[in-house]
Design a binder for this molecule. Structure first.
Ligand code: GRF
Length: 189
């Protein structure tokens, strides 16, 4: 199987990155993690790139041309899929429109509910009965593109933010690989 070269964008712990690296070792999983991009030099996830000898690039998002630097590297490494996994920057409309790559994101809520930051806090405050995670295509609207996979669970009375995060992320580790397989099957490329 010819695997699609994929770049994972991170800003933090990188547990989804680690999960995708593990999945990609499976012979029939359709992507290889070929590049990691981080906008945060102290992102914990960088260790997973190092450990697995995957090239990683640090991007300084304070410079004006950082999206060009990203594009150059995506071309250099022949990337055809991008997976955002806890990447805290919004990619511009121009970046996305220049783009022949497929871009996915994972968000810790049942979109379109609870777009944006502080998701777990708002879910608890709103006394939601159910929550989960969503993998969606990225467009220029925050957490707004077509939904590919969504997984949910019922919230218990004693779930706090920490427990919600734990339960949500456990679902994320199943949802992201599933979404990648689904996307590539649909688009047949
Ligand atoms: C994930 O829970 C994802 O939903 C959100 O950011 C978190 C990243 O976690 N967008 P990790 O860095 O993959 O551990």
């Amino acid at each position: 199987m010819v695997k699609k070269k994929t770049c994972i964008f991170i800003s933090g712990n990188g547990s989804n990155l680690n999960n995708l690296i593990k999945n990609s070792r499976d012979y029939v999983f359709p992507i290889s993690v070929s590049l990691v991009i981080s906008d945060n030099p102290s992102a914990g996830g960088i260790k997973f790139a190092r450990k697995n000898s995957i090239p990683f690039i640090l991007i300084n998002t304070k410079t004006r041309s950082y999206e060009n630097k990203i594009l150059q590297n995506l071309r250099k490494y022949k990337i055809s899929i991008i997976c955002l996994a806890g990447f805290m920057k919004i990619l511009s409309k121009k970046f996305l429109s220049n783009f022949r790559y497929k871009v996915l994101n994972i968000h810790p809520s049942l979109l379109p509910k609870f777009k944006g930051l502080n998701t777990y806090y708002r879910i608890i405050k709103n006394k939601e009965k159910k929550t989960g995670c969503t993998v969606h295509l990225v467009n220029e609207k925050l957490d707004g593109g077509k939904i590919i996979v969504q997984k949910s669970f019922f919230i218990s009375e004693n779930d706090d933010e920490k427990k919600l995060k734990f339960k949500t992320q456990r679902l994320e580790y199943a949802a992201y690989p599933e979404a990648i397989i689904k996307l590539l099957r649909y688009t047949n490329s």
